[in-house]
Design a protein around this ligand. Structure first.
Ligand SMILES: [Zn+2]
Ligand SMILES: [Zn+2]
Length: 139
């Protein structure tokens, strides 16, 4: 079992009941969330500002990362393999046209452009679009 409180304290993030619950949600659901989806999940019982602050802290510590969204909504997903690379532009993402879900393709590593002469690459986004396995099955 993962000790979510420990993950937060190790990263210097304050361990409120909500934050422990939220990081648990990211870890266990394996999907991406926007602020509105998080609000929905908690049936609007959490203040929006509280959610923004938690996401910002999680992102700063690389616990979660921003993922692309079809409608350019801010969405976040859990950062896996935190130990092997702290740069989360290292994998590709897949956006489904039908369910709007964004998937982390952790096994699809992005090419390494660190040796590009004269340019310092800070961000690299590769987004694949189409239909996810579930939506392909339904159609
Ligand atoms: Zn889908
Ligand atoms: Zn990702």
């Amino acid at each position: 079992m993962i000790d979510y409180a420990l993950i937060l304290s190790k990263n210097g993030i304050s361990k409120t009941k909500f934050r422990i619950n939220l990081i648990n949600l990211f870890y266990s659901s394996n999907k991406s969330f926007s602020v509105d989806e998080i609000l929905d999940y908690y049936s609007n019982s959490i203040n929006k500002v509280t959610i923004y602050r938690a996401l910002k802290d999680f992102e700063k510590k690389d616990l979660i990362h921003r993922v692309p969204d079809k409608n350019f909504i801010k969405k976040y997903a859990i950062s896996k393999n935190k130990t092997c690379n702290s740069n989360y532009s290292n994998h590709s993402h897949f956006v489904c046209y039908s369910c709007n879900e964004t998937f982390c393709l952790d096994y699809l590593k992005n090419p390494n452009f660190s040796s590009l002469k004269g340019f310092k690459v800070k961000k690299l986004n590769i987004t694949l679009e189409g239909y996810c396995a579930k939506c392909t099955e339904l159609s």
